[in-house]
Design a protein around this ligand. Structure first.
Ligand SMILES: *[C@@H]1O[C@H](CO)[C@@H](O)[C@H](O)[C@H]1NC(C)=O
Ligand SMILES: *[C@@H]1O[C@H](CO)[C@@H](O)[C@H](O)[C@H]1NC(C)=O
Ligand SMILES: *[C@@H]1O[C@H](CO)[C@@H](O)[C@H](O)[C@H]1NC(C)=O
Ligand SMILES: *[C@@H]1O[C@H](CO)[C@@H](O)[C@H](O)[C@H]1NC(C)=O
Ligand SMILES: *[C@@H]1O[C@H](CO)[C@@H](O)[C@H](O)[C@H]1NC(C)=O
Length: 482
């Protein structure tokens, strides 16, 4: 594996030298700059239900990341709706591990086309993040969504490291298709388990940037309710469940007395495991991702189970993955849409006859995940030192990676505070609070669950704009220009 990835990198450097050849002045009419000719075959021209004249182009298709094993990752890329040439490039990743950035990020959260509640069509999202940036959504690693490998043994070795390397290879191959973005300011954003993916990828890019042929103009990253440090995440999960009246004082007391989340074998203490099971049992009754909204009650939509599904690997320290969201039915709507023959054809994933089987999360990937960094805080330290812009936000009604988990992680990081805790505003209302540290900005979203933009789409867009602008979250004084 190491050898082949080294070869891959060498191959990339050779290909990069050829890059200017792939540009052309004689592209189709939409290539006003005469570049990105190779991308034109991925242009999406007939997405079913897409409103006409959206004013931006979008592209979807496969990028091969490993020729030998036949690994290909699926992406969907939306140009910024206004002046794409002047806007940065942002890669968005969802977590799981095993969940789709297209199914969640692009079509439920921040993309321009949101899947309708009947799964039959899509509607325009007025708060799409492609108002501020060129947005790239990637299904990663292989086995997620439409992404695949022709070598089945690849699925047995998936983990953090594998994912970072394939995503890195993806970016370089993608830049060969889209050379006009090759030198663009670049950011990575994501939520949940992408709290691990994003810093890991950022570190790989930073390290590889020593080679000028592989240089990517990485400026920073943005994370929402991110898994960061397993021990801090667990402490936050149980303390939040107690402080939000999900479990009793007695259960919480047992956890406090018997659980050592820093240990390698936390779950070997039966009293601890049983008390943590009690927390998860209560969360099975409600939506852990969003404490105060309803769970999906509609059996006829085909959901196997009405209740929120909890997947838990007790022998590892990995956080449980719990299916669900603001509207857990949405997951089914997305599945209906992406398994349509005409949709798959329009997105260049199949010929419309032999279909790909798309699901929003692949549970086998979660269960088989072989390598998960217990903490990415050392990477934060390194990249803060390198001067990257790092913002972390947290929807404060999420019980899954709750605001307490993030605060405990930031306490562990021990950064000096440069600006004290204060509210930030959206449309003259307090949207949350924020605190600035040397090298990191932390903000909360009041009343938002795990997938923040689903709950607070307008606030999220203006927050995203502040991140890109490099200032602070919007203050009360400032005239709101969104
Ligand atoms: C995987 O195999 C199929 C069928 O042979 C082939 O069409 C496809 O190009 C292969 N994918 C990659 C990435 O090599
Ligand atoms: C526990 O974890 C630490 C740090 O990851 C490791 O160095 C140590 O070998 C582990 N101990 C056992 C018994 O697995
Ligand atoms: C577990 O709980 C039982 C009953 O409360 C107690 O007798 C026992 O000592 C506890 N064990 C540990 C390891 O804390
Ligand atoms: C359940 O879903 C079906 C199909 O989408 C819909 O027709 C029906 O009205 C829904 N029922 C409820 C109670 O929401
Ligand atoms: C598609 O994948 C789902 C989930 O992995 C599985 O349950 C289902 O049987 C698959 N369907 C087909 C037609 O392969």
């Amino acid at each position: 594996m190491t050898m082949s990835s080294v070869t891959g990198v060498l191959l990339l450097s050779v290909l990069f030298v050829l890059e200017p050849v792939s540009g052309s002045r004689h592209g189709p009419w939409w290539h006003s700059t005469g570049q990105d000719l190779l991308a034109s075959q991925d242009l999406v021209t007939d997405l079913p239900g897409q409103p006409a004249d959206v004013g931006f182009r979008h592209y979807a298709g496969y990028v091969t990341v490993n020729e030998k094993n036949g690994r290909a990752l699926f992406y969907w890329f939306y140009e910024a709706s206004v002046r794409p040439d002047e806007k940065p490039l942002v890669l968005w990743l969802n977590g799981g591990p095993g969940c789709s950035s297209v199914g969640y990020g692009a079509t439920q959260e921040i993309g321009p086309f949101i899947v309708d509640t009947d799964g039959r069509g899509i509607k325009l999202n007025p708060y799409s993040w492609n108002k501020e940036a060129n947005m790239l959504f990637l299904e990663s690693p292989v086995g997620v969504g439409f992404s695949y490998s022709n070598t089945t043994t690849d699925y047995k070795i998936l983990g953090d490291d594998f994912t970072a390397k394939d995503t890195f290879a993806f970016l370089h191959e993608w830049f060969l298709k889209f050379p006009s973005y090759r030198r663009r300011s670049f950011y990575i954003a994501g939520e949940s388990y992408a709290g691990k993916y994003v810093p890991e990828l950022a570190e790989l890019i930073y390290d590889m940037n020593k080679d000028p042929h592989l240089y990517i103009d990485l400026k920073g990253f943005l994370l929402g309710n991110p898994e960061t440090s397993d021990a801090d995440d667990w402490r936050g999960l149980v303390d939040y469940a107690w402080s939000h009246a999900v479990v009793s004082d007695e259960t919480h007391k047992i956890i406090k007395e018997t659980c050592d989340f820093d240990s390698n074998n936390t779950w070997s203490n039966d009293n601890c495991s049983q008390a943590v099971d009690e927390v998860l049992k209560q969360y099975r009754e409600i939506d852990i991702y969003s404490l105060y909204t309803s769970v999906c009650k509609n059996i006829s939509t085909g959901s196997d189970d009405n209740s929120v599904q909890v997947m838990f690997k007790p022998m590892s320290k990995m956080m449980p993955r719990i299916m669900g969201g603001y509207d857990p039915c949405l997951d089914k709507y997305a599945e209906n849409f992406y398994n349509r023959p005409d949709v798959q054809k329009a997105l260049h994933v199949s010929d419309g006859h032999i279909l790909k089987n798309w699901s929003i999360c692949n549970n086998d990937i979660f269960i088989g995940w072989s390598d998960s960094k217990p903490s990415v805080l050392p990477i934060y330290k390194k990249l803060i030192g390198a001067g990257l812009r790092i913002w972390v936000y947290s929807g404060d009604t999420d019980g899954r990676v709750p605001v307490l988990s993030t605060r405990y992680s930031l306490i562990s990081l021990g950064l000096p505070i440069t600006r004290a805790w204060r509210p930030w505003y959206h449309e003259k209302e307090v949207s949350g609070w924020f605190q600035e540290y040397k090298g990191l900005t932390f903000a909360t979203f009041r009343g938002a669950g795990h997938a923040v933009p689903v709950f607070k789409p307008s606030n999220s867009l203006s927050f995203f704009a502040s991140f890109l602008a490099g200032g602070s979250p919007p203050s009360g004084q400032q005239v709101d220009n969104n």
